[in-house]
Write a protein that binds this ligand. Structure first.
Ligand SMILES: C[S@@+](CC[C@H](N)C(=O)[O-])C[C@H]1O[C@@H](n2cnc3c(N)ncnc32)[C@H](O)[C@@H]1O
Length: 412
């Protein structure tokens, strides 16, 4: 069975990967469980959002913070890791939109949550191929020290850690194409400049609150200690209204169960404000729904579904992105327009992935052919990643007339 959290890993050696030494892993597999246990004991049940944050990015034992979680030896595989065509289509999209507004320089490529750095690597390769890197800088927003190290080794000819604790840049380097690259923990610290921003499978990793309707009233779902076993947890319903239930339940809401990611709404608003002020384009790709999703919170370990409350920190936690709410938060103030969400299959086919696939298929070494075909099918098949994954584009609202005249590639 295909696990729709990214996809199951089948083909070996689709791309070449770096690995991370095991001594970087936390020694106690129950470390995160113990932290959460103490927190709940001290303050009472916590929100699913607090739980997710602690599990995924706690500096001590957080899932993303200590190991390479991708690929065959990890827990999941993402489209940029499957094969180069995914990044190439995204690069062509940016090149196309950027050239329509006169290719402003200087400009910066920004990636949120770059994983192994593979998508940025493909973007730089294609921009370089078209001689479009003059005046470019690369800016990566990444919380994980281990993943930033993998990104640096993949992208750079030379890098330095920045030891000054006051600096918002914690690492910097020069890419193989000679482009300066810097690493930040949050988007607020990325400089202001004309921006081409991409976020692939970033928003699904951000914390969500969960709500359940009981007798016509919404209750927030919280996480409490399960006293029947050591360091184990259970879901409970909030007795009272919570700050999130007061703030995030719309009067028009009619689902029995739904999820909201306030952090995602804040980040997309920051992206929108930047595009309005500095100019640029953003492309958000993730699995998600258009405001009709319900209970999508889940965990993956070793390419299989896993109980999100068992051994926290050893499995990935994720929830489908609510593109409707994301687009609303981005465009509410009127500074940007949003296009999509468009199914990944439609976006990639509109961008010409089939032609690229056929060209590569003709020229690829025989031993790599099966991997290429597998990657193409995974990314475009309706039953696999083709429909569940979606693309959302953000453009400054001043381009509205231009967009009407010259439709945005991939979205028509
Ligand atoms: C699911 S991975 C996706 C990686 C990559 N974009 C890809 O598609 O292969 C999520 C990425 O976001 C990073 N991340 C998760 N939470 C984050 C946060 N709050 N701020 C910055 N980065 C975060 C992770 O460390 C990881 O690099």
């Amino acid at each position: 069975m295909l696990h729709l959290r990214r996809c199951t890993w089948r083909m070996k050696n689709l791309r070449a990967y770096y690995t991370v030494k095991n001594e970087q892993l936390p020694k106690d597999p129950q470390q995160v469980a113990k932290q959460i246990f103490s927190k709940i004991k001290a303050t009472g049940p916590i929100t699913v959002a607090d739980y997710m944050k602690e599990v995924l990015i706690s500096p001590v034992g957080g899932y993303y913070m200590h190991k390479d979680v991708f690929g065959e030896a990890g827990d999941f595989i993402t489209s940029p890791e499957l094969n180069q065509m995914f990044g190439e289509m995204i690069a062509i999209w940016f090149l196309n939109e950027w050239s329509k507004v006169g290719s402003p320089k200087p400009f910066q490529i920004v990636e949120l949550g770059p994983g192994r750095g593979t998508l940025s690597q493909d973007l730089l390769r294609v921009f370089d191929h078209f001689g479009a890197l003059k005046g470019a800088t690369l800016h990566l927003v990444e919380v994980s020290p281990v993943l930033s190290d993998i990104q640096a080794r993949r992208l750079c000819i030379q890098t330095d850690n920045i030891l000054d604790q006051k600096s918002v840049i914690y690492r910097q380097g020069i890419t193989h194409q000679g482009i300066p690259v810097k690493w930040y923990r949050q988007i607020d610290d990325v400089p202001n400049c004309f921006t081409l921003l991409v976020a692939h499978e970033f928003f699904d990793a951000l914390p969500i609150h969960k709500f359940q309707r009981i007798n016509d009233r919404y209750k927030e779902i919280l996480i409490d200690i399960d006293t029947s076993k050591d360091y184990s947890f259970r879901y409970v319903l909030s007795k009272e209204d919570t700050p999130a239930s007061k703030l995030f339940i719309k009067s028009s809401e009619n689902r029995d169960h739904f999820e909201v990611s306030p952090e995602s709404l804040v980040i997309i608003k920051k992206v929108a404000d930047r595009l309005e002020a500095d100019g640029g384009f953003a492309l958000i790709a993730d699995y998600g729904h258009n405001g009709n999703g319900t209970d999508t919170f889940r965990a993956f370990r070793k390419h299989k579904l896993h109980d999100a409350l068992i051994e926290p920190g050893t499995a990935d936690l994720t929830a489908d992105v609510d593109f409707h709410r994301l687009a609303h938060s981005a465009s509410e103030a009127g500074g940007v327009i949003c296009l999509g969400p468009k199914a990944q299959r439609d976006f990639l086919l509109n961008m010409g992935i089939e032609h690229r696939f056929r060209a590569l298929e003709e020229n690829v070494k025989p031993e790599l052919k099966e991997g290429l075909q597998y990657g193409y099918k995974m990314m475009t098949d309706k039953e696999q990643m083709g429909e569940r994954f979606k693309f959302l584009a953000l453009l400054p609202a001043v381009l509205k007339k231009m967009v009407e005249k010259y439709p945005v590639a991939g979205f028509h």
